[in-house]
Every structure is written in C-alpha cells, then in structure tokens.
Ligand binder design. Structure first.
Ligand code: PEP
Length: 253
C-alpha cells in the first residue's frame, strides 16, 4: 500500500506586504520547529513580491515555498511575467498552475497549463496542477467529465508523483464558504486518481498526491482530509491566519 504524506498548501493570492508576510511565515515556521516532527508537508505560495521575504523567514524549518503561476519560457521579452527558473532561483520548490482564477482572469487553457507545467518540471519545480468544475457544470452533472478532461489536457509530459501534485478545486467552492459533500469529494478524488492511472499508470496514480481546495477551514478540515483519496489541502483564505492554517494542517496528520 502506498502512503502519501499530506501536503498542506497555502495560496495567499494577491495578499501580503513585507511585514505581514514575514510575521505569518515566521509564525508557521516556529510552529513547525516547536512541534519537532510533523506528519505533513507544508507549503506557502505568496505573491511574487514577497517570495524572498518568506523564503528567508521559513529557512531551516522545512516549510516549502512556491509561486502562484509562471511563464512557459525560461527568460525573454515577456513584460511582467516570471519564469519557473526565476522562481527556483528565489528558493521556490513548487508552483501552482491552472488555478481557476488564472483560467478565468487570464484565459489559461489546459494546453497552456500543460506547457507551463512542463516548463516548471524542467526548472526542477513541483507543479501543483489545479482542476475543478464551475457551478453550472456541477448543476449539469458534468463534474467528473470536466475534471477528467482537465487532467488529460493539463498533465505535463514526464509527470510522476514526485514532480506533480493535483489539486481538485470546485470553482463554486473557492472563497464562498460552500463545499461539496464529503461523498462528492470522495467520488471526484477517486475519479481523478483513475484518470491519472489512465494517463500515467497505476503506480504513479497510487503515489500522486491529490489535494482538495475550496473553503477549507479548521471546522471542516478533519472530515475532508480524512477521506481516502484526499492527500492534503490547497487553502486560500484560511491560509492567511497562522492559527487556522496550522489547525487545518494538524487535522491532516
Ligand atoms: C484557493 O484559492 O485555492 C482556495 C481554495 O481558496 P479558499 O480556501 O479561500 O476557498
């Protein structure tokens, strides 16, 4: 049986100035250090502008840092963009790709997400590939078809369990306080694992972490993170409060 170590990832989105970024990440690093040993991996994905602040604040704690997006190219004439090599150079180990806010705000397609994930892998970053259905797709009973097609279209060449993490984030659950039922989360995660198996084989599928994201908070973390195919959480709002993010992480172990 494969044991998948839970990954608790915080997506700060466009939040955090230097002082609060430092205080929050330092608080989390101190909690990890004080705990001695933890049964989960912790990841913070701050805005680009405070990545180096956060990397400095968590140094030596084992807390990983990631970007929230990257360009497909290594460098060049792409004003305002950040390359995966630049993220790695700043001390990042991960990058979130295909978040629904990027798919919606920047028109990112599965093909774009796949290309970015391949660039991330080439820069030795772990790609956190996000998938999830909209509310109208859910209401039309299309959830499994939508996420299966997003997995098939976004998974990078050369993916394996050490290089890719999948995050299932129903778009209608992000930042809304609403979540699917635990039965629905269990069904979708099992379907995602089947889809990964089709693409990459049973061994890779059994080892790859599939996170749930969408209004995770301390009060629902235990139920969601206790499910068989849920291997951690991608947390937005609740990752901005050390106490809440820590409580979610502890619920995973
Ligand atoms: C997210 O943005 O990835 C997310 C899951 O947000 P929230 O936890 O606030 O719903």
């Amino acid at each position: 049986m494969t044991t998948r170590r839970p990954l608790i990832a915080g997506n700060w989105k466009m939040n955090g100035l230097k002082a609060d970024a430092q205080a929050l990440s330092r608080d989390l690093a101190q909690r990890v250090n004080k705990a001695g040993g933890i049964g989960f991996d912790m990841l913070i994905c701050p805005p680009f502008t405070v990545i180096s602040t956060v990397v400095g604040a968590v140094a030596g704690s084992g807390v990983a840092v990631g970007g929230q997006d990257c360009h497909v190219a290594e460098k060049g004439a792409h004003t305002g963009d950040i390359s995966p090599v630049m993220l790695a150079d700043q001390g990042c180990q991960f990058v979130i790709l295909g978040h629904s806010e990027r798919r919606a705000d920047h028109g990112e397609t599965d093909a774009v997400v796949k290309a970015k994930a391949e660039a991330a892998l080439a820069a030795d970053l772990v790609a956190v590939v996000c998938v999830g259905e909209t509310e109208s797709q859910k209401d039309a009973g299309q959830t499994i078809d939508v996420v299966a097609s997003q997995i098939a279209g976004s998974m990078p060449e050369g993916a394996d369990a050490a290089k890719v993490v999948v995050a299932y984030e129903p778009v209608w659950a992000i930042g809304t306080g609403r979540t699917p039922t635990v039965d629905d989360v269990a069904k979708v995660h099992a379907a995602i694992r089947d889809e990964i198996a089709k693409a990459l084989g049973n061994d890779v599928a059994a080892a790859m972490r599939i996170l749930y994201g969408g209004s995770v908070k301390p009060s629902n973390a235990k139920d969601l993170l206790g499910l068989d195919h849920v291997d951690g959480a991608l947390v937005g709002g609740a990752s901005l409060k050390a106490e809440d993010f820590w409580a979610i992480a502890e619920a995973s172990a």
